[in-house]
Design a protein around this ligand. Structure first.
Ligand SMILES: *[C@@H]1O[C@H](CO)[C@@H](O)[C@H](O)[C@H]1NC(C)=O
Ligand SMILES: *[C@@H]1O[C@H](CO)[C@@H](O)[C@H](O)[C@H]1NC(C)=O
Ligand SMILES: *[C@@H]1O[C@H](CO)[C@@H](O)[C@H](O)[C@H]1NC(C)=O
Ligand SMILES: *[C@@H]1O[C@H](CO)[C@@H](O)[C@H](O)[C@H]1NC(C)=O
Length: 387
């Protein structure tokens, strides 16, 4: 008798608790929405996005019907087959946009440097730290610096649902996400690059210079602005880590495997490592123009080299840009020494916490660097006076 009374009491309490929880959840949902509105009002930049579409694949591009005509198609690795099936597909719906990033087409000449960072949806921490360090939108010596992240979707359906939510939140909060409805895979990076150039032509054609790179590079943004201060936006400029006299890797086991069915010549035109490339608006527009006629190949940085080559333009190297880690000049110098990074423009492969430490260290006014490392070939001494 007494036992069942206790049980009933417990069940009653449980129901009451459950009811309270539901009420709280409802209140939070509304409250959260309001919170979002308040944030929007505080920020002077209105969040810019289009509402997310349905979860299902929206693109209607069909597999190439002549795919079986390719010699030995069936023998190619599945990933290459997949690439060849869809390589003609270039129109993918944009899920998140930031059309006013540069103040609109007509005002985009006011942007000096656009940081366009390739970032897979799951790389939340990298974007978070880039926003707080070298990718912070600011005005440096009169030069307006703007930042966008370029993203696709996750191949994994369950993960994709959540990551779309994540990017939507980031877009509302920071207005810096461009997301297209294609799988953000290694072999689709060229597609991402193409869609970025298309977006740039539409929405930000006036930006003077573009720093295009990965989300794990460290950029000394202020040095980049100084370096660009005597360059012309309407002249050719394409610098990074120059890679010349190489050709496609024909070993099917390599990450960079490119069979003859994808690229027949045995040599690539000169190109710059895709980790970080600096280009002028002139060159960015030429690349877009040429890309309309050049079939995509899966290696994005080589593809840019092909576009330049077709336009009769050459990529250039810059001593202070390295996409393969740090070329430490001597054994006596610590590869994590801020004095070293202070002179660089860009280095590949930093984990988020290193990015934070290094950004603060190189911008520390109390950092005294006795030793001259002269990575610019002497030019570094002149740089601070240029602007
Ligand atoms: C592909 O092969 C078929 C025969 O198998 C032929 O009829 C067709 O014209 C070929 N298409 C192209 C584009 O080569
Ligand atoms: C931008 O400039 C073009 C040509 O000068 C003009 O036709 C268009 O209305 C302008 N757009 C905006 C949004 O001001
Ligand atoms: C590129 O993205 C498209 C659209 O999501 C997808 O169908 C295709 O499989 C992807 N290609 C590669 C090589 O990952
Ligand atoms: C793009 O290229 C075409 C020729 O392929 C040329 O007529 C046109 O002027 C170019 N446009 C730009 C903006 O360079």
């Amino acid at each position: 008798m007494r036992w069942s009374f206790v049980r009933a009491k417990h069940v009653l309490w449980l129901l009451v608790a459950l009811f309270c929880l539901l009420v709280i959840m409802e209140v939070c949902k509304d409250g959260g929405g309001d919170g979002g509105e308040v944030r929007k009002d505080i920020k002077d930049v209105p969040p810019v996005l289009t509402k997310p579409k349905k979860w299902e694949m929206v693109s209607s591009c069909r597999e190439d019907p002549f795919i079986k005509n390719i010699t030995d198609f069936a023998q190619l690795p599945a990933i290459i087959q997949d690439f060849l099936r869809y390589k003609h597909c270039r129109n993918f719906p944009q899920i998140l946009d930031a059309p006013m990033k540069c103040g609109g087409r007509n005002k985009s000449k006011g942007v000096f440097l656009l940081l366009a960072i390739k970032s897979s949806p799951q790389n939340y921490e990298r974007r978070a730290v880039v926003r707080q360090t070298w990718g912070e939108e600011t005005i440096y010596k009169g030069a307006h610096i703007k930042t966008i992240f370029l993203s696709g979707t996750s191949k994994n359906q369950r993960e994709d649902r959540r990551l779309r939510q994540l990017l939507q939140i980031e877009s509302e909060k920071y207005g810096d996400i461009l997301q297209w409805d294609f799988h953000d895979t290694f072999y689709n990076l060229t597609l991402k690059q193409f869609l970025f150039h298309q977006w740039l032509t539409e929405n930000c054609p006036g930006a003077h210079f573009i720093m295009n790179g990965d989300d794990d590079i460290f950029v000394n943004t202020y040095n980049v602005v100084k370096y660009l201060s005597d360059k012309r936006a309407d002249s050719h400029l394409f610098v990074g880590q120059l890679i010349a006299n190489v050709g496609p890797i024909r070993n099917p086991g390599s990450k960079y495997y490119v069979p003859v069915q994808v690229y027949s010549s045995d040599s690539y035109p000169a190109y710059c490592g895709g980790g970080g490339i600096l280009m002028s608006r002139f060159t960015a527009h030429v690349i877009y123009n040429k890309s309309l006629d050049i079939p995509l190949i899966p290696i994005d940085d080589v593809y840019l080299g092909m576009c330049l080559n077709k336009a009769g333009l050459a990529p250039a190297s810059h001593m202070a840009m390295s996409t393969v880690g740090v070329p430490v000049p001597s054994k006596d110098i610590d590869s994590f020494d801020p004095c070293f990074y202070r002179q660089l423009l860009m280095v590949h492969r930093f984990v988020p916490f290193e990015m934070m430490i290094m950004w603060n260290a190189v911008n520390d006014p109390d950092l005294h660097c006795g030793q001259k490392l002269s990575l610019y070939g002497g030019a570094s001494d002149k740089l601070p006076n240029k602007l």
